[in-house]
Structures are given as structure tokens and as C-alpha cells.
Write a protein that binds this ligand. Structure first.
Ligand code: P1T
Length: 393
């Protein structure tokens, strides 16, 4: 039988490769039945042998064994001491920010996910936590945005939707010199392609809805960090309540097992598509860190093991051509979200990032974002080629 690989920081866990850990850490066969898959513990409460004693679980808001398995596995994959899973990526972000107090300040990248900015600007600002968006590819600008009250640098790399690459090691150093923490949103890269903790990040956040779940069938979030911060987050979660359900945890854990093989395929498909778009006169600009001409390419090579499955581009013909294009593809579904096995296409300016219109985070209105799936590449290339013809012709 496989060794029990539950200790994320222990020698057993780190001795195994990424996909072995994705399949085994926290997921030993059920001791009672031998079930090889962690059961869905669909229960709200747990019988206790005596008053004041329990078998590790009391009430399912506080903890659930299916959630524990997912958390142990995620912590191992991120190289973090612990993980706490949430009902969504934004619930995870909310908990991280609730660790702060009124008067504290956050410096965030000026092209974070629109929902992240909406939460910072329209929710936490009302409770006295201010945020300043800056171009985080410019380290001088980041340093200049610091205040004595700055607690977090909030980086997302590659960023959504412009695929900018941020220097996590440099940002961690900058934050630590000033007594702040680096929070890294690793949703686009996933721990398979990039491990922010090893680069100095204090907190890693995920929308597990995306590549980690991988099949567009579940919404979830996770925070990977040190034991002490995880304990603080678990306290907050228990006090506030944004827990994921056991079936959602099961689906996410099932997806996580194949993360490595999926990311390899997402990356080869996205590379082929980015190269095709880059060579196409009907396309004005392509954003993909895997392209040697991309401004983030060298940094991506240094801190990522692959450029991932997200591509954005601007077709010739402006916003109208972008809209027409998204309505013409057949295999690429017109939809928000990303990271599933099926390809998706959207216009961030009017869809996922509509909430940033008129703010410093506004994205170009002719930008098209692709979440490149794992279908056969020739079919995807043909679909895009036909749609480009119809939209720009
Ligand atoms: O949707 P949710 O699980 O709450 O996660 C929010 C979130 C956080 N961070 C990043 C980088 C994200 O992309 C998201 C969600 N993004 C989309 C829904 C989208 O289509 O871009």
C-alpha cells in the first residue's frame, strides 16, 4: 500500500513528485472500508463519544473530512504548511482581507480580476481598508505606493485578463523589507506551473473553480499559507461561515488528481493558438507569456515551468470585431470563467471585468480572452480561424 502522505511539510510528501502527491496526499484508503477515493462526508454533525470529546470533527461548518483531504493535498502541492478551503475564490480573498484591521492598506496590481477589485474597492474600503492599484511590473511604482500602514502586496500572475507576469521573488523582498506580506493569486498558473511560496509569498490564494477543479462543475476557493495564518483563517471561516460543501470538495479533489496532465495539454494547445494568432494579420496584438516576444516571457521562463492555458488578444477591427468573433466560434463557448477542459471565449471588458469600467483597472474594450481547453488542437485552430474570418472579413 502507498505510504500515508498527509504531512505536507514532511519528508514523505516532498519526496514524491507533483502528480503522485496530487493523487495520494491526504487521500489514503478509507480505514473502515478500504474505499480508494475519499468519501463525500455528507453530514452536518458528528457523534461524540463523550461530552467534551470528539473524533476530530464536531460540526461541519468547522470541519469535514472531505474538506480536510482537499486541504492537505493543496497545501502539499503549493509547498505550504496548511490550506483552508472556501466556498469560492472571492470568499477566500474576503477571509484574507479580514485578517487586517480598519486603517490598514493594500497595494494591488492594476489588472487584478475584476471581482477582486470590486471587493477591495466596494466592500473592504467601506470598512476602512484602502487599496491602491499600481502597475506591479514596475517595482519603483510598487515601492512608491507603500504607506506605513501597507500590510499586503496583492499580486496576480499571470494576470487576468492581460497575462502580465509579475516578479514574485522581487515583490516578496520588497514587501518583507517594509513589514508587509505578499499575497499571490495563483489561479492562472496553478501550483503545477508556479509555486509562489518557494518564491517568498506569504499567502497563496486560488479560485479552485478554475484549473484546480478543472471541469467547470464546481465553485470554490483556497488559501495556502503557514500554520498560524491558516489557524486564524479557519477561526474566521468558522465565525463567518463561507464553507465549501462536501460534494464540492469531492469534485475539486477529483479534478486536482489530473491537474498536471491537464496543465501540460492546456499549455501546448495555448502555445499553438498564441503562435497562430501572433502570425495572423487579422490580429493586432497577442498576450501570452509563452511567446518569446511577450514582455513577460523571460520572467515566466524563470519562475514558471510552463506558460499555461490562458491567451488574450485584440483582433483588427476593434470592439465590434471582438464581439462578433466571440459570437462566431463553435467549439469555444462564449462564457465567463476559465480553466475547464472545454475551451471558452469572452470579452472581458463587457463580461468578467465589467465591474472595473471607469476605474483605474479598466481593460481595453477590444480584448478577447481565451481559456484554451484540452480538445484536439487542429479543431481549436480551425474554429478560431473560421471565426476570425467571419468577424474581421
Ligand atoms: O469565481 P471565484 O471562485 O469566486 O474566484 C474569483 C477569482 C479570483 N481570482 C482570479 C484570478 C479569478 O480569475 C477569479 C474568477 N474569475 C472569473 C470568474 C473569470 O472569468 O475571470
Amino acid at each position: 500500500m502507498t505510504d500515508h502522505l498527509t504531512d505536507p511539510a514532511g519528508s514523505d510528501a516532498t519526496a514524491h513528485g507533483f502528480t503522485t502527491r496530487a493523487i495520494h496526499v491526504g487521500q489514503e484508503p478509507d480505514p473502515r472500508t478500504g474505499a480508494v477515493i475519499v468519501p463525500i462526508y455528507q453530514t452536518s454533525t458528528f457523534a461524540q463519544p463523550a461530552v467534551g470529546q470528539h473524533l476530530g470533527y464536531e460540526y461541519a461548518r468547522t470541519g469535514n473530512p472531505t474538506r480536510t483531504a482537499l486541504q492537505e493535498c493543496l497545501a502539499s502541492l503549493e509547498g505550504a504548511e496548511a490550506a483552508v478551503c472556501f466556498a469560492s475564490g472571492l470568499a477566500a480573498e474576503d477571509a484574507i482581507i479580514r485578517l487586517l484591521a480598519p486603517g490598514d492598506h493594500i497595494v494591488c496590481a492594476n489588472d487584478v480580476y475584476g471581482g477582486t477589485w470590486r471587493q477591495l474597492d466596494q466592500v473592504h474600503a467601506r470598512f476602512g481598508i484602502e487599496s491602491t492599484p499600481v502597475d506591479m511590473t514596475d517595482l519603483d511604482a510598487v515601492a512608491a505606493a507603500f504607506r506605513p500602514t501597507t500590510r499586503y502586496l496583492w499580486a496576480e500572475t499571470p494576470s487576468n485578463p492581460l497575462l502580465k507576469v509579475l516578479d514574485l521573488a522581487a515583490l516578496a523582498e520588497l514587501a518583507h523589507e517594509r513589514g508587509a506580506w505578499l499575497v499571490a493569486d495563483n489561479t492562472f498558473a496553478t501550483p503545477y506551473l508556479q509555486q509562489p511560496v518557494a518564491l517568498g509569498a506569504d499567502i497563496v490564494v486560488h479560485s479552485t473553480t478554475k484549473y484546480i477543479g478543472g471541469h467547470s462543475d464546481v465553485v470554490g476557493g483556497a488559501v495556502c499559507t503557514d500554520e498560524r495564518t491558516a489557524t486564524d483563517l479557519a477561526f474566521l471561516q468558522n465565525a463567518v461561515g463561507a464553507v465549501p460543501g462536501p460534494f464540492d470538495n469531492f469534485l475539486t479533489l477529483r479534478g486536482l488528481k489530473t491537474l498536471g496532465v491537464r496543465m501540460d495539454r492546456h499549455t501546448t494547445n495555448a502555445t499553438a493558438i498564441a503562435e497562430m494568432l501572433d502570425a495572423d494579420p487579422r490580429v493586432a496584438a497577442v498576450h501570452y507569456p509563452g511567446l518569446p516576444s511577450d514582455p513577460g516571457h523571460e520572467l515566466a521562463r524563470a519562475q514558471m515551468s510552463g506558460a499555461g492555458g490562458m491567451v488574450s488578444f485584440r483582433p483588427v477591427g476593434g470592439a465590434e470585431a471582438a464581439t462578433r468573433l466571440c459570437e462566431r466560434t463553435e467549439l469555444f463557448f462564449l462564457a465567463e470563467s476559465l480553466g475547464g477542459v472545454e475551451s471558452l471565449i469572452e470579452v472581458p471588458g463587457t463580461m468578467t471585468h465589467a465591474s472595473v469600467a471607469g476605474t483605474p483597472l479598466e481593460v481595453p474594450d477590444d480584448l478577447v480572452r481565451l481559456s484554451v481547453g484540452i480538445e484536439d488542437i487542429d479543431d481549436l485552430l480551425a474554429d478560431l480561424d473560421a471565426a476570425l474570418g467571419a468577424a474581421t472579413g
